[in-house]
Design a binder for this molecule. Structure first.
Ligand code: AMP
Ligand code: MG
Length: 344
């Protein structure tokens, strides 16, 4: 049990965080994607603690964070080259995670007995300064309790991790607000997106046309076959039933008018200019229909607020699957456990 402290980003806070991590503790810290729970990769106790305090399933491997490509190269079987190196040079530091064959510096607890490891250089002064200070890569999953919406502020981390960790570094709200894009090189040498995120399909496409979205991203039926074990678990979810509704403002309203059950506590997430004139439903707005960046930055804090207010039914008007909107759509379809209603 810890008396969990929140410290604003500073030189002093980085030193304190580095000291905790060197001593095998886990700390909460911001990245440009979401807040993470970081521990040193060379200490099995630290890694086990991460799984334990998150309640993370033992077969869901962790992403390893490094400060430069040289550090990444030590963690993989052969140094990065070809298209993966090109993508890393273009998008690192940033929200792109690359799966590669691991070296023996990655223990089986981190990679859950896979032969591969997921690596990225985050665009986060907190994370980078700690890694540089201790010269050890950090394993860091998202800082939420497993299955719950991710944390995009230090206060979210405090809500989930109070007393479980000694320190949370606070550097404001996360820039992207959803997790990194995860890619690997498929057997036919194409770039496969296993999880959409801050680096979009369109961003990758600007570097190589050999890129495609894994079928697992939007399709529940195939998920058990995905090589990324995390995708098979329910994720990002408040405790009520979430429904993702594909349709216009008009058809969404009509659908709710016909289907709402007022014996439940209901709410809806809609867009700024949507109009929903129905009694017995609370409304949350997630920016403009075309402002995907705003939506990604805010979706998890809305879902966490909804979780706190204990709604039974949560109806979400689907975002467009364009740019980072695709990643927002993916998080909502997962939060809904694939309960999707197609209107129009
Ligand atoms: P999170 O830590 O919550 O951002 O989740 C990390 C994601 O990365 C999970 O979906 C994992 O399944 C995925 N992941 C981590 N390592 C690997 C790997 N070696 N191969 C495939 N997916 C991985
Ligand atoms: Mg997560």
């Amino acid at each position: 049990m810890f008396n969990t402290e929140i410290l604003k980003y500073s030189h002093f806070a980085i030193n304190k965080a580095a000291e905790y991590i060197l001593n095998g503790e886990i700390i909460g810290l911001p990245t440009e994607t979401v807040y993470g729970l970081a521990g040193r990769i060379d200490n099995i106790d630290s890694i086990n603690k991460i799984f334990h305090i998150k309640g993370r399933p033992q077969d869901n491997p962790l992403i390893v964070h490094v400060s430069d490509i040289d550090m990444a190269n030590k963690l993989i079987k052969k140094p990065m080259n070809g298209i993966l190196e090109k993508l890393a040079n273009k998008f690192w530091p940033g929200p792109l995670t690359i799966i590669m064959d691991k070296s023996n510096l990655i223990n089986d607890v981190i990679s859950c007995n896979l032969s591969t490891v997921a690596i990225r250089i985050p665009d986060s002064r907190s994370m980078i300064n700690i890694i540089k200070k201790i010269n050890i890569p950090l394993a860091a999953p998202s800082a939420n309790i497993s299955g719950k919406p991710s944390c995009t502020s230090a206060f979210h981390v405090f809500d989930d991790m109070n007393t479980k960790i000694p320190l949370i570094l606070d550097d404001g709200n996360c820039e992207f607000g959803i997790e990194s894009t995860i890619i690997n090189l498929s057997e036919d040498n194409r770039i496969c997106i296993l999880r959409p995120g801050g680096i979009t399909l369109e961003d990758l496409y600007s570097v190589t046309k050999n890129v495609y979205l894994s079928d697992f991203v939007l399709n529940k039926r195939l998920i058990s076959k995905c090589i990324s074990p995390g995708v098979k678990y329910k994720h990002y979810s408040p405790s009520g039933d979430v429904y993702l509704i594909n349709g216009s403002n008009y058809s969404f309203t009509e659908f709710l008018m016909k289907n709402i059950d007022t014996s439940y506590k209901n709410c809806a997430i809609i867009f700024k200019n949507d109009f929903l004139n129905i009694e017995n439903i609370d409304i949350f707005y997630n920016g403009d229909l075309n402002d995907y960046k705003f939506q990604s930055k805010n979706i998890f804090s809305i879902l966490r607020e909804i979780d706190k207010k204990s709604y039974d039914k949560i109806y979400i008007r689907a975002p467009k699957k364009i740019g980072i909107g695709l990643a927002v759509y993916n998080r909502i379809i997962r939060a809904a456990d694939f309960k999707v209603v197609d209107l129009d």
